[in-house]
Write a protein that binds this ligand. Structure first.
Ligand SMILES: NC(=O)c1ccc[n+]([C@@H]2O[C@H](COP(=O)([O-])OP(=O)(O)OC[C@H]3O[C@@H](n4cnc5c(N)ncnc54)[C@H](OP(=O)(O)O)[C@@H]3O)[C@@H](O)[C@H]2O)c1
Length: 278
């Protein structure tokens, strides 16, 4: 009798589980989607392109230097990811337009924008930062994120909806020492996420943001290559290591998937447990 009951529940499990798996796969699948990821030939942008591409999206990678674009395209093609590449300095209006136009011509539409590019030309006391520094940081990190969004939204609307993800930083919650203007630009992205979400929800476009902690990339190498800084920094972490770009890429892909269909206007902090609040 006990045996019969066990067999019955085993066969029920075998019958129901494949359906559960299939449902999960289709919810996380991005097959047929076209994703623009800015600044995506290295670091977090490249990891985001990989994560989106592995879920079936056609990814459009770009950065300022053709050699970096070529390397990233070859790497992604080697992983059987559908990929198109072009140069684009997101700080230049004409280049943003070229990126969008090329994506439409080669891929037929746009479903996802990951706005990842940022610069930081200034380290030091915030009171020593100049107008040029502020213009550069706000132009690339904030203004271009909004203007890229404005360019892609009409095309997402034609496809019935889409997803925008901004890449902010833990510095957006707690300004980092010597990185005042950069930190302020990252706080602005938290605001931009919340400002856009209600408007774009009407077009079935979700707008979210990730705020990474310290992630092992070239951008942050001055931090993680300095043992004294890292020892001090690790005291703030629950998970006592710095993050890997893939650990951000996966969260970005999740936010763009149907599994996140009821999430908009949010920022997910991915920091190894740093206490973040504004
Ligand atoms: N790494 C961290 O610890 C960390 C923490 C929090 C937030 N973030 C944020 O994550 C994002 C990516 O940083 P990352 O650490 O991944 O940097 P990264 O590894 O140094 O990669 C930077 C990428 O951006 C491209 N790039 C630089 N300026 C550009 C521009 N004006 N237009 C287009 N592409 C440009 C670079 O290629 P080219 O040189 O060919 O242009 C490269 O592909 C940034 O928004 C950063 O603020 C990083």
């Amino acid at each position: 009798m006990i045996c019969w009951v066990m067999l019955r529940s085993l066969s029920k499990c075998l019958r129901t589980n494949p359906v559960g798996v299939q449902r999960n796969m289709s919810q996380s699948s991005l097959a047929g989607k076209v994703a623009i990821v800015t600044a995506s030939t290295d670091g977090i942008g490249l990891a985001a392109a990989q994560a989106l591409g592995k879920r079936g999206a056609h990814v459009v990678v770009s950065s300022r230097k053709q050699t970096n674009v070529d390397k990233a395209v070859a790497l992604l093609q080697g992983q059987n990811i559908q990929v198109t590449g072009t140069t684009c300095n997101v700080g230049e209006g004409k280049e943003r337009e070229k990126l969008v136009q090329m994506t439409l011509e080669k891929c037929g539409g746009i479903d996802i924008l990951v706005s990842n590019a940022a610069v930081n030309p200034f380290f030091g006391n915030i009171m020593d930062s100049t107008e040029d520094v502020w213009d550069k940081i706000l132009s690339v990190n904030v203004k271009s994120s909004f203007l890229m969004t404005k360019l892609v939204v009409p095309h997402m609307e034609k496809r019935g909806g889409g997803n925008v993800v901004f890449v902010s930083s833990v510095a957006g919650y707690q300004p980092m020492q010597a990185l005042g203007p950069y930190s302020v630009s990252k706080t602005a992205l938290l605001g931009l996420t919340r400002a856009l979400a209600p408007d774009l929800a009407q077009s079935n476009i979700r707008v979210n943001c990730v705020a990474p902690g310290v992630i092992k990339t070239r951008f942050s190498s001055a931090l993680w290559q300095n043992e004294d800084i890292m020892d001090e920094f690790k005291k703030q972490l629950s998970i006592k290591r710095i993050g890997e770009p893939e650990e951000i890429g996966g969260v970005i892909a999740f936010l763009c998937s149907d599994e996140a269909s009821y999430i908009t206007g949010e920022t997910i902090t991915v920091t190894g447990g740093i206490n973040c609040r504004l």
